[in-house]
Ligand binder design. Structure first.
Ligand SMILES: [Cu+2]
Length: 101
């Protein structure tokens, strides 16, 4: 790619970068809130643990936060479209999903 075309490609990508949003899933009372989240490709999702016990946000083969300690958070960038269901590996009854458009 010529330098000029490369510059044009970067310029074309800038509006997308500027539009990226951050969404927070609060983990509280042994629940992911919101349980079903919709985001756009490139957006970031932050899981914030407000419980006193550690939790995870784990989608086999897609993402795995590992233990998120009380008061801590974990961040993931949505890169491909589709719905990803996830659980907390410590409390399998805790379920959530992220739909990436
Ligand atoms: Cu948990």
């Amino acid at each position: 790619m010529s330098p000029l075309r490369a510059a044009a490609a970067v310029a074309a990508a800038l509006p997308l970068l500027a539009a990226a949003a951050t969404h927070t899933v609060t983990i509280e009372n042994m629940k992911f809130q919101p349980e079903a989240l919709q985001v756009k490709k490139g957006d970031q999702v932050i899981w914030l643990n407000k419980d006193l016990v550690p939790h995870t946000a784990t989608a086999a083969g897609k993402f795995d936060s590992g233990a998120i300690a009380s008061g801590k958070s974990w961040r993931w960038t949505a890169k491909s479209a589709g719905t990803v269901a996830y659980v907390c590996t410590y409390h399998p009854g805790m379920k959530g999903s992220v739909t990436v458009k």
